[in-house]
Design a protein around this ligand. Structure first.
Ligand code: AMP
Length: 340
């Protein structure tokens, strides 16, 4: 349950944790005329004070991110009629289950999507229902080609490793338990992380951009001629455009993900999401992840992207798009449709 019905809708504010995509969220919220609140550790506050156009109007200081859940901090936000924008760090620090069961501050989007994106089994079910091509999962005795081994719950590629056969799998597994990892066929191609925004107010799925993650050390390996075990830790992001003939297929993927979400967790996905893919030489996309919230890759477009400019004749970042949706929902008296 959230308390949006009790909010003074002319005094709404937008809050988020000072991390991940917070600069873009604050910047966009300010552009749309909202007051902004930064939930921060003391050590990070000075960074968020540095940027005049993205500095939150006020801070709530936390000794640790565990304090996000306390009744006292939730009450502070409720008193300020705050809507929280969940990003990757917020979901990681609070936990999807806690957001669903123990967080009463209105959260932008559908909390159900956080539950579905945070479990590899569920996200795979979602991708399959959306008819995306998902790289095959294998049991250790089925490894007969290059495979990537993913640690359960490990986001951002940390601790992933490659194997070519069952012996190598057990050699590299180390202290990890077999039930804590999944093995997936390794797709060689070019990575595209597609950003979308599903507007329940406009009833349309917008294609807002594409990025590519810069992963260390795998993205540096072409510079040397030694064999070095690749790792996939995300360190940054870069903007990408794609062959225009591939755009219709990308939009279809986005729409199918929204359609499937309505079957899995009614009323379905709302707000920003990302489909993470690899495109092979036959121009087929393989999807290995859905992120059902703003992704850090959208930070490459604080003034809008090479696709957002075809929807909006003003700079439209994903952060601003979120604030615009809240503003339009408020004008239509339908805030309850955009928060959960
Ligand atoms: P993830 O944590 O699932 O987003 O994956 C982290 C990174 O591992 C991705 O950004 C890709 O670079 C890589 N990766 C994940 N799955 C595959 C796959 N099936 N084939 C090739 N690379 C992959």
């Amino acid at each position: 349950m959230n308390n949006i019905a009790d909010y003074k809708i002319d005094h709404l504010s937008i809050g988020t944790v000072c991390s991940h995509s917070a600069l873009q969220i604050f910047h966009g919220a300010k552009q749309e005329g909202f007051k902004t609140i930064g939930l921060t550790l003391p050590s990070r506050k000075s960074t968020y004070e540095l940027f005049p156009l993205a500095r939150p109007d006020e801070f709530i200081e936390l000794e640790s991110f565990k304090q996000l859940l306390t009744t006292e901090n939730q009450k502070k936000l409720l008193d300020k009629n705050a809507i929280i924008i969940p990003h990757g760090s917020f979901v990681e620090y609070v936990g999807a289950k806690n957001i669903l069961e123990n967080y009463n501050v209105p959260v932008f989007g559908n909390k159900g999507s956080m539950i579905w994106e945070s479990s590899r089994e569920k996200v795979t079910q979602w991708m399959e229902l959306a008819k995306l091509n998902v790289p095959k999962y294998k049991s250790p005795d089925e490894i007969d080609s290059l495979c990537i081994v993913k640690l359960g719950g490990a986001k951002g590629g940390r601790g992933f490793f490659l194997v070519k056969n069952e012996t190598e799998f057990y050699d590299k597994l180390g202290p990890n338990k077999i039930e804590d990892v999944v093995v997936q066929e390794y797709i060689v191609g070019v990575r595209y992380y597609h950003h979308f925004f599903h507007s329940v107010i406009k009833n349309r799925t917008e294609f807002l951009g594409i990025d590519q993650r810069l992963e260390s050390n795998v993205d540096g390996l072409h510079r040397i001629h030694e064999y070095v075990e690749p790792s996939y830790t995300v360190t940054g992001n870069a903007p990408v455009v794609i062959r225009e003939s591939l755009v219709p297929g990308i939009i279809k993927m986005g729409e199918n993900v929204v359609k499937a979400s309505k079957e899995l967790f009614s009323p379905g996905l709302s707000g920003p999401f990302c489909i993470e893919t690899i495109c092979t030489p036959d121009l087929k996309f393989y999807a290995f992840e859905i992120s059902a919230r703003i992704v850090a890759g959208t930070n490459v477009y604080p003034l809008g992207s090479q696709y957002s400019c075809y929807y909006f004749d003003e700079p439209m970042s994903t952060g601003r798009r979120i604030a615009r949706e809240i503003k339009e929902a408020k004008q239509n008296d339908s805030l309850e449709k955009v928060v959960s």
